[in-house]
Design a protein around this ligand. Structure first.
Ligand code: UD1
Ligand code: CA
Length: 469
């Protein structure tokens, strides 16, 4: 017994006043339509089909292979929209799920409940409803004295008595596939000149078939995006849902109201997220971490027991026991191995800091490979860009840089080498050697006792002229 899902997404979304088609507006960083596709895919166990119209090319491009497509050239109503799916879905199909592409918080489990109810009752239609005093614009669900659903009446056609009824049509349906397609051709034209899918309810009853209603108690599921205000409402409802799930999973959110976790993010137990923290994209955070406050973390992987304070991390990777910030900026390709300490006002891009590296203050490390236990003193800068291309800096293990060292790439510093404060390193430094000055020259072997405060002893010589060795 197969299930297919059809998602209606041909409408314009006029009230958003946007160049972007409605279903491509982002919710928690992802286009609205993807939420509808997720739910439909999970409930049907197969790729859904999208009815597209306004902005069809853009919607197709954004959705790609996640759905099939049929086109509704003219928007003649929701019933007409479903009929466009006939050729693609017609065949011998038991259940046809229909949802609207602008209802991002509808759950897959709710759609499954519609399928189960329709099958159990052999109804022609199972539709989702909610009892609500609000939601004025929603169609009213009319029931007979035996409680069976007999019609859905749109607000424009409803009598005052019908308008006063509490049960609303949410806009998600499971149809008997053997009945649906032929019935859609019999839909009447509405006074507005459209074919309403909701009129299929009265048709089914006239055909002597049952119509069942499944009630949801979760008002978030009913949020449809017609306006920017509803977009913000959906954002808040989704945030609440995601945050509640993480707290249940053992994550502490100090202030859920100011914690912004995209649905794509994962977090380990006993991690504490402080206020005003934004976790976005394909971000993964381990267990027992302390994240925030005031941090933005995008597409980043963070291992267990890490600390990130007041920082921006983008496409970075952190092993375990790493601490970062405040005011650190990790950019694409930053890799911080186990136990790295990166303090305030540092930037790392396309560079690996090996295990135990310390980089306490005011440094830029780009296009570099830093060996384990190296010490990046205050003010270190990799001069990685020569105006044409990026060049690489390589530091061996336990290298000790004096404050304000400039590393003019490409350049390599051997294991256990050292620079004096203010050095401008333009040539490689062999292992174990101390270099200093502008440009830096090798002066002697690094004294064993020089670490960890060697930069004080090895004085830079700013007046030394450049000399060839
Ligand atoms: C619809 C329901 C209403 C329900 C409400 C819940 C109908 C007739 N009414 O009304 O009972 O309470 O949703 O939000 O279905 N679309 C197309 N092609 C069309 C027309 C619409 O693809 O020709 C799409 C729209 O893009 C949208 C969805 O169908 O995603 C719903 O259409 P909309 O016009 O918003 O229906 P409502 O008036 O909200
Ligand atoms: Ca609507």
């Amino acid at each position: 017994m197969s299930i297919v899902a059809l998602i209606l997404a041909a409408g314009q979304g006029t009230r958003l006043k946007s160049k972007l088609p409605k279903v491509l507006h982002p919710l928690a960083g992802r286009a609205l339509i993807h939420y509808a596709i997720d739910a439909a895919q999970a409930a049907a166990g197969a790729r859904p089909v999208l009815v597209v119209g306004h902005g069809a090319d853009d919607v197709r491009a954004a959705v790609g292979a996640r759905a099939g497509f049929v086109e509704q050239a003219e928007q003649l109503g929701t019933g007409h929209a479903v009929l466009q799916g006939r050729a693609a879905l017609g065949g011998h199909v038991a259940d046809v799920l229909v949802t609207y592409g602008d209802m991002p918080l509808l759950r897959a489990e709710t759609l499954q409940a519609l399928v189960e109810r329709r099958r159990a009752s052999q109804a022609a239609i199972a539709l989702l409803t909610i009892d609500s005093a609000g939601l004025f614009d929603f169609g009213r669900v009319i029931r007979a004295s035996d409680d069976g659903v007999t019609a859905v009446v749109e607000v424009a056609q409803a009598t005052p008595a019908q308008l006063a009824l509490p049960e609303r049509n949410v806009g998600a349906y499971c149809f008997d596939g053997a009945w649906l397609w032929e019935a859609l051709e019999r839909l009447p034209l509405s006074p507005k000149g459209e074919y309403y899918l909701t009129d299929a309810v009265a048709l089914a009853v006239a055909d002597g078939r049952r119509v069942e209603a499944v009630k949801t108690g979760d008002e978030a599921e009913t949020i449809g995006i017609n306006t920017r205000a509803q977009l913000a409402q959906a954002e808040a409802a989704l945030r609440q849902r995601v945050n509640a799930a993480w707290m249940t999973a053992g994550v502490t959110l100090v202030d859920p109201a100011t914690t912004y976790i995209a649905p794509t993010v994962t977090i380990g137990p006993d991690t504490v997220i402080a206020p005003n923290t934004h976790l976005q994209g394909a971000t993964t955070i381990g267990a027992e971490c302390e994240i925030g406050p005031n941090s933005v973390i995008v597409d980043t992987t963070i291992g267990d027991r890490c600390v990130v304070r007041q920082s921006l991390l983008e496409s970075a990777w952190l092993a375990e026991d790493v601490d970062v910030g405040p005011f650190a900026h990790l950019r694409s390709g930053a890799r911080l191995e186990r136990g790295v300490h990166m303090g305030n006002f540092g930037e790392v891009k396309n560079a690996t800091l090996g295990p135990g590296v310390k980089m306490g203050h005011f440094s830029y490390i780009g296009d570099a490979q830093i060996g384990s236990e190296a010490n990046i003193s205050a003010g270190t800068i990799t001069c990685n860009y020569d105006g044409v291309k990026k060049n690489k800096t390589v530091l061996g293990e336990r290298v000790f840089l004096g404050s304000n060292t400039l590393l003019v790439a490409p350049v390599t510093l051997g294991d256990d080498s050292q620079t004096g404060a203010g050095s401008v390193v333009t040539r490689d430094i062999p292992a174990n050697m101390l270099a200093l000055g502008v440009p830096a020259r090798v002066v002697r072997e690094r004294a064993p006792e020089s670490a960890p405060h060697g930069e004080g002893k090895a004085q830079a010589q700013p007046d030394s002229a450049p000399t060839e060795r």
